[in-house]
Design a protein around this ligand. Structure first.
Ligand SMILES: *[C@@H]1O[C@H](CO)[C@@H](O)[C@H](O)[C@H]1NC(C)=O
Ligand SMILES: *[C@@H]1O[C@H](CO)[C@@H](O)[C@H](O)[C@H]1NC(C)=O
Length: 388
């Protein structure tokens, strides 16, 4: 069975095994990597891209008290008090912290975070203030190209198809883009039509990523948007403590439409694998019954001012309040959850089981191998045996 293999084949084995090992071939050493993790979307997952763009303070989180729970030791641009869902998932996958695309001199070999606070599926959502989803996909192309330059086209392709693509997007299209938008938008489209536009464009983005070689997708569907302190505080039609029905209803309609689209893409797109979840219900359970879930207060933002802490002043003016039990709270600021909610959310997506999380959980996506396993290839007389 001992047979010489080309350098390229050998490197592919290293990638296929998804081990961070040094592959020595022809006297050169290339350190190849684990399954990369690519992250797209909005402030739920932005790890600091907006620190580097020209925008407004409301679209940034690189000042105190953001990050005050200390994991990173300083405000990083994460829109929370500590780590985000994707930070926990990277840890479970055995990866280091995934750097923002715009961070100078970052090492992208374990993955890249393209997300941008304020971004929507539609380019017109917060236009000019955030990196919209189509631009995030263009930035992904640059990374693909840099992989090809660094490792060769073959291995770059391998990395792209083994990678897990995490997508958290849509909230801003419905918040700034619809519920809180110029009333004209709401005259032009009823909620069903607007959901159709958002989902139509999101579907297109998924197809584009698939054409570029992406295979394993994890989606963070929308939380009950009407329970965000910002919407409750605007008191659109809610009674004390209740959630704004229209906000939650449009999030549910989006999630339902996404579920249907994903099930059909699984049939239409070759090799398409995905993780979806009932994140909406998972959140609502905690918002409604915090104590039963090891948390406190599903109503008020920890950092902010006004009713429900829903006025978005956290870190922006001198007159915001900060709660003293953030390690148990659900809402960090008027829009964003705490690390206390993100940590169990990451476990839920990583380890959850059907029907609540599926058809794959994220752990399953990381473990799934696009390439045939080596034993299969050795048994297949058509393929090159690989010895190591
Ligand atoms: C994408 O969004 C635009 C508005 O930005 C809309 O006109 C178009 O119909 C949407 N495309 C799909 C496929 O839904
Ligand atoms: C996943 O589930 C297993 C079994 O329930 C558990 O041992 C493990 O700690 C979980 N992993 C994470 C990251 O929660």
């Amino acid at each position: 069975m001992a047979r010489l293999i080309s350098r390229v084949d050998f490197s592919i084995v290293c990638v296929t095994l998804a081990l961070a090992i040094s592959c020595r071939a022809w006297g050169s050493t290339t350190t190849l990597v684990k399954t990369p993790f690519f992250i797209f979307g909005d402030s739920i997952v932005d790890a600091g891209n907006n620190n580097y763009i020209d925008t407004i303070p409301e679209m940034q989180a690189n000042y105190k008290p953001y990050g005050e729970s200390g994991y990173f030791g300083e405000p990083t641009g994460r829109f929370s008090n500590g780590r985000l869902i994707v930070d926990f998932i990277a840890e479970y996958a055995g990866l280091p912290v995934i750097p923002p695309f715009l961070k100078p001199d970052a090492d992208f070999v374990y993955g890249v975070n393209f997300a941008s606070g304020g971004a929507g599926v539609l380019p017109e959502t917060n236009q000019g203030l955030a990196i919209d989803l189509p631009t995030q996909v263009k930035n992904f192309d640059k990374v693909h190209k840099s992989f090809a330059e660094k490792f060769g086209e073959e291995i770059a392709k391998e990395l792209i198809s083994e990678a897990v693509y995490f997508i958290s997007v849509g909230s801003n299209d419905y918040l700034g883009g619809y519920l809180l938008a110029d009333p004209k938008v709401r005259e032009d489209y009823n909620p069903e039509q607007y959901v159709g536009i958002v989902i139509g464009n999101l579907t297109k983005t998924i197809q584009v990523l698939h054409e570029k070689g992406a295979r394993k997708f994890a989606f963070l569907s929308l939380a009950p948007l009407g329970c965000m302190p910002i919407l409750k505080a605007l008191n659109l039609d809610t009674s004390k403590g209740g959630c704004f029905e229209e906000g939650s209803a449009i999030a549910q309609a989006h999630n339902k439409a996404l579920k249907i689209v994903l099930a059909s893409l699984e049939y239409l797109l070759q090799g398409f694998k995905y993780c979806d979840s009932n994140f909406y219900d998972w959140c609502l359970e905690r918002i409604n019954y915090p104590a039963e879930n090891g948390l406190e207060n599903g109503i008020d933002a920890c950092c902010g001012s006004g009713p429900f802490g829903g006025t978005f002043t956290c870190g922006k003016t001198t007159d915001y309040q900060l709660c003293d039990n953030v390690e148990y709270r659900i809402w960090w600021d008027s829009y964003h959850p705490t690390q206390a909610l993100y940590a169990p959310a990451a476990k839920y997506l990583w380890n959850g089981s059907r029907p609540s999380v599926g058809p794959n959980n994220i752990q399953g996506l990381f473990n799934a191998k696009e390439k045939q396993i080596i034993a299969d290839e050795v048994d297949d007389p058509k393929s090159q045996p690989i010895i190591y």
